[in-house]
Design a protein around this ligand. Structure first.
Ligand SMILES: [Zn+2]
Length: 424
């Protein structure tokens, strides 16, 4: 008589082609964000499979969010299969929006090509394979005849790539994911199949505007160039701030290694007259730039912001411009508590399936864990899923099929473990 675990693993193996097919199917739906294309058909494609796998399915639309519109509806989908109430609720959540394809592809980014043990396409690893792993981890438990004491939920959400406010944040705000009803959350983001991600650094996006004085371009000495002033700031960031940030290092296991340090990046810059328009001889009286500062849990947000503000003020001293610093987005650093049962459950499952110890990591970027932790108040949340971190957002993005199948098994066993049907 095979054990429960053996039966579940056998069901995942039996479902391998279906898992691949489902991944390819949803990769073919071009849910590009921005602007948020094809969310509704993708939510329904996931919802249809969830319904076929015995889940109650609910569509949660972010009515009232500014990014929700008739043209680009923000539609999330949640499937639930209830236990008898004695066990925990485990929620598996993946985002189905993908970043634009970009250049450099040698295959159709939305073709869902399956070749040489890989599924190709924008969003395969980040993170439609992860959604497929979640759906089929849940389904393998059902097919194996496991009656979980707890509830399993699988959601597909929107807008993670642009902050997740109409996605996981919305589910958290509506109480779909909430401290009083959700015990554990696994986010199957691509972080390598043997790695459990316990959080991320903080994010501070800000916009800096410099304002000078317009003058005739033939006599620039009569004006004050806002672009030159921005140049001073960029120089100070490069020569003063970056060396300081590079020396700071977090105790969190952020990967890759160089992301254990604080960083800053210039997202974009815009100043003077539009360069595609008809040109006139004018000194630029306005320049704006958007910066992306990643800060460490040890640094904290306020000191990081004060440091920037002081640097800018110093750089602009005597430049004859005014300036304005505006916060665009603040994400606090997040960390799963040490000793969380969800880490232990995944560690045990990874050792069993991959025959090697799990590695703990933290993400260089942020992901939906921030909303789960901060809005829903569920601290027992990690990211674990198929796919390689370094392939996310790249041309010729792919997910290995063996990783996908293994991650499905790991997630299924972790859910079992959290329900007291464990390996330990
Ligand atoms: Zn992602």
């Amino acid at each position: 008589m095979p054990s429960t675990i053996d039966r579940v693993l056998a069901e995942v193996d039996r479902a391998a082609d279906e898992i691949v097919q489902f991944t390819a199917d949803i990769v073919r739906i071009p849910t590009v964000n921005p602007p948020g294309d094809a969310y509704e058909p993708c939510a329904h494609a996931i919802g249809d499979v969830l319904a076929r796998t015995g889940c109650e399915v609910e569509y949660v639309v972010a009515h009232g969010r500014p990014e929700h519109s008739a043209r680009y509806p923000r539609v999330n989908v949640v499937g639930s299969r209830h236990g008898d109430g004695r066990g925990p609720t485990v929620h598996l959540t993946g985002h189905f929006d993908v970043v634009p394809a970009g250049d450099g592809w040698t295959v159709d980014p939305f073709g869902g090509l399956v070749r040489d043990g890989r599924i190709y396409g924008r969003g395969t690893c980040d993170m439609k394979a992860g959604i497929a792993a979640a759906v089929f981890a849940s389904e393998a438990l059902r097919r194996a005849g496991v009656r979980l004491p707890g509830t399993i939920e699988v959601s597909g959400t929107v807008d993670e790539e642009s902050g997740g406010w109409a996605g996981v944040a919305w589910l958290a705000e509506r109480g779909v994911i909430a401290r009083d009803r959700t015990d554990y959350v696994i986010i199957p983001e691509p972080l390598d199949v043997d790695r459990i991600c316990i959080g991320h650094r903080g994010v501070y996006w800000f916009e800096l505007t410099t304002r000078g004085r317009i003058a005739h371009g033939s006599m620039p000495f009569l004006g004050v160039s806002a672009i030159d002033a921005m140049g001073r700031v960029l120089e100070a960031v490069r020569t003063e701030l970056q060396p300081v940030l590079a020396r700071r290092v977090t105790a969190m296991p952020v990967v890759p290694d160089r992301a254990r340090h604080s960083t800053i990046n210039v997202n974009g810059i815009d100043g003077g007259q539009p360069i595609d328009g008809i040109q006139t001889p004018c000194v630029a009286d306005r320049c704006r730039a958007v910066f992306d500062r990643r800060f460490l849990i040890e640094e904290g947000f306020e000191p990081a912001k004060e440091e920037i503000a002081a640097l800018i003020a110093r750089a602009l001293e005597g430049a004859g411009v005014t300036h304005e610093l505006r916060d665009l987005m603040i994400v606090q650093p997040t960390r799963t508590p040490d000793g969380s049962p969800i880490i232990a459950a995944l560690e045990t499952a990874i050792q069993r399936i991959l025959d090697r110890p799990a590695r703990l990591c933290a993400s260089p970027g942020t992901y939906d864990q921030k909303h789960v932790a901060r809005i829903a108040g569920v601290e027992h949340c990690v990211a674990y899923g198929p796919g390689e971190l370094v392939l996310a957002h790249q041309p010729d993005e792919y997910c290995r099929i063996d990783d996908l199948v293994n991650a499905t098994k790991v997630i299924a066993l972790a859910v079992l473990d959290l329900n007291g049907i464990g390996l330990r």
